[in-house]
Structure formats: C-alpha cells, structure tokens
Design a protein around this ligand. Structure first.
Ligand code: NAP
Length: 173
C-alpha cells in the first residue's frame, strides 16, 4: 500500500480555524476530489465533523471513497463509514484490506497529519500563497532533508480562486 497525505497549507503551515478551512478555493476542491475519488480516505474525528451532517448528526462521509474515521472515543460508532480507535488498529485494518499498489490518503486534520507524516510515502500539498494569523490548526513542518519535490503545478489567482496556489507532490527521499 502507498500511504499518502493530502493537504492544503498556507505560508505558515496554516490549515484551519474553528474546525473549518481558511479559504474557499474551488480549484483545490477539484484537485482534492480528482486525487482521492475511488480511493480510501482516512481522517480524524474533527475533520469528519467539519465535512457536514448526516440526518442532523455531525459527520459526513465523502462520496465515492472508502471513508475511515479515527477517534479515541470508544462510544463513537457510525454505520455509514468505518471507524478505528487507534493507529495500530488503522494499520492492521489497512494491511488486511489494501493491495500493495493501492493508495490510501490521510486527509487531515492537524492532529492526524502530525501522527502520520513520518509514516507517509508521499505528500500532495497545495501551497496556498497567503497568511492567516488567526489560524488555530497547522500542518507539521515538511523537512526537506526527508522529502523531495517530484511534481509542481502553479496556478495564478483568478475571480474564483483569490490566492495563487502551487500543487506540489513530494516523495520520501
Ligand atoms: N487545509 C487542509 O487541507 C485541511 C484538511 C483537513 C482538515 N483541515 C482542518 O483541520 C482542522 C481539524 O484538525 P484537528 O487537528 O482539530 O483535528 P483532526 O486531526 O481532524 O481530528 C482530531 C481527532 O482525531 C482523533 N485522534 C487524535 N489522535 C488520535 C489517536 N492517536 N488515535 C485515535 N484517534 C485519535 C481524536 O478524536 P476524538 O476526539 O473523537 O477522540 C481527535 O479529537 C479543521 O479546521 C479542518 O478544517 C484542513
């Protein structure tokens, strides 16, 4: 299995505030959807809650993807996605169910990125060229001694996307 991280990060590694994203960038939403659709996505309980509600209850699985939510709360149960209660449980679940050439995506948020950045094989980072002093959630530092850039795709801001973005793929050295 290939374990990838996908995230959109601003110039100071900002990724969120008050359990929401810091921007509305349709170009990045499209990139996220195209990259992760048909694959497995893994997220922390807070990010799952940030995706919306299902029948009035917080939390919404992403369509057309196998969704796995990680929580420490043993009482947390869902019948519309998979739930795991530890990193060990996640790792054994993935080992049992994923083929060697299949890619799984850690989609956030801050706590979960931190737990997995040293385990991931690849990072898909949307660098958002902006600063958000009010941010309360951050991506961990990308240590360039450990990662190399294998792809870059820069887009200038436009009417719909108010910040310049750079889609960068990193692979572990
Ligand atoms: N810019 C981006 O690309 C991006 C992507 C995703 C999210 N975000 C943003 O990030 C923010 C959310 O991130 P966050 O750091 O607050 O939360 P998070 O990483 O989404 O989820 C944290 C939760 O994960 C569970 N967890 C943490 N450590 C665990 C462990 N060792 N084992 C099992 N479960 C564990 C806990 O759930 P329980 O509390 O249920 O135990 C914890 O509350 C939001 O603002 C969101 O919009 C940004």
């Amino acid at each position: 299995m290939i374990l990838s991280i996908i995230s959109a990060i601003a110039n100071n590694n900002e990724i969120g505030r008050k359990n929401e994203l810091l921007w509305d960038l349709p170009i990045d939403m499209k990139h996220f959807k195209e990259t992760t659709s048909g694959h497995t996505v893994i997220m922390g309980q807070k990010t799952f809650e940030s995706l919306g509600t299902t029948d009035g209850v917080l939390g919404r699985p992403l369509p057309n993807r196998r969704n796995i939510v990680i929580t420490l709360d043993k009482e947390f149960k869902r019948n519309d996605c998979e739930v795991v209660y530890s990193i060990d449980e996640l790792e054994s679940r993935l080992k049992e169910t994923m083929e060697d050439d299949e890619e799984a995506f850690i989609i956030g948020g801050g706590q979960i990125y931190k737990l997995f950045i040293d385990k991931a094989d690849r990072l898909y980072i949307t660098h958002v060229d902006a600063e958000f002093p009010n941010a309360d959630t951050f991506f961990p530092t990308i240590d360039m001694d450990k990662w190399k850039v294998v792809k870059e795709d820069k887009h200038e801001k436009d009417e719909k996307n108010i910040y310049n973005v750079n889609f960068v793929t990193y692979e572990r050295k």
